[in-house]
Design a binder for this molecule. Sequence first.
Ligand SMILES: [Zn+2]
Length: 406
Amino acid sequence: MPTHAPALRDAEYAPGSVGDIFRLIRSDRATSRSALARHTGLSPSTVGIRVDALQRLGLVAEDGEQESRGGRRAKRLHVSREAGWVAAIDFGANHLDIAVADLDGRFLVQTAHPAVEEQEPGAVVALMWQRVVEASAAASVEMSGLRGIAVSLPAPIEYPTGRVVFPSFMPSWHNVSLPSLFADFTDAPVLVENDANLIALAETAPAGRDHLLAVVLGMRIGSGIVTEGRLQRGFNGAAGEISHTSAGGEPAISCVCGLDDCLESVASGGAIAAKLAAAGYDVSSVSDVIRLGRTADPVVVAALREAGTRIGTVLASVVNFFNPQRVVLGGTMSASAPLVAAIRAELFNRCLPIAAHDLDVSAADDPASAGLRGAVKLALEEALAPARIDELARIEAQTTQTAQPA
Ligand SMILES: [Zn+2]
């Protein structure tokens, strides 16, 4: 059994509840008492009761009123900077990155650490936790203010349990539940999400209606799908697992999926690195592949172009299938110009004119932090889910009542 309750972020909540009012303030949709009353249809006194509850919980602050010739300007409600913080962890074959952010999503500290030698999940989680504690100290925030953690992993993640399912990177992590392992260190909710899904989330405009496909090009290849502004995980969390689509060509590495020509085994960063190593190049990581790609060596460029063509072929099918407005490229290999050029050329060459019309294929904003930005968003969605805030308000109200003399 998972130690933590299933994700609350999609849970039902009552419109006009304390949690719903907080959602409206947090998303900037209504940031004054009068705007909240207009937006919800609640009476000003009811809005006042809800806002007071949020202030007692320390979640919301109200800027001082300003006098002007036209009369009083409304006080502005905003998420309190002292209300706590969330942590984001981006873990991959070659990195362990941490971010600490306030409840408005502003990064307070971001740290980068080299690849982790350790393989055993419990030991890796202990190391992740240690890095979060160090980052919180650097951000000068109290550990008691931690409200949630989101972890990005380059693996299929079962939804909503957060269980890792047959990861090609670190196969021994199959079935591992990171939230249960984190329970040794914290009571805060811990979410685990696929790296591509988090980049998709990072690139989605707040309250937007985006249709986008985020593709992670790293040791493996993954994708995350957003339609109508919402991340689509599919029935079990496997939506977007394009890595194991049959792509043709000679495999350079073997893959856990059982296909001998899946995209991962013929065109991933790991596959290109293996191909070049077999050809006698000094390559041990995807960063080496990027470095070699910049030397314009014809063998290296040909390997990158061939991989890009195969990736572009698969992406063209996906683009035809759901007609995104944007294809966002992230991951270490998205810095390879020959690879990205070949992906774009093949994608536009193969997809339908109606799907290609106005299609934007571009790198993620600041690809190095995209995973962390998505993880911060996810941690905030869970930690500040209206249902969770409603629960906090209920507990606070009961405590206050009990404390009143009869
Ligand atoms: Zn595969």
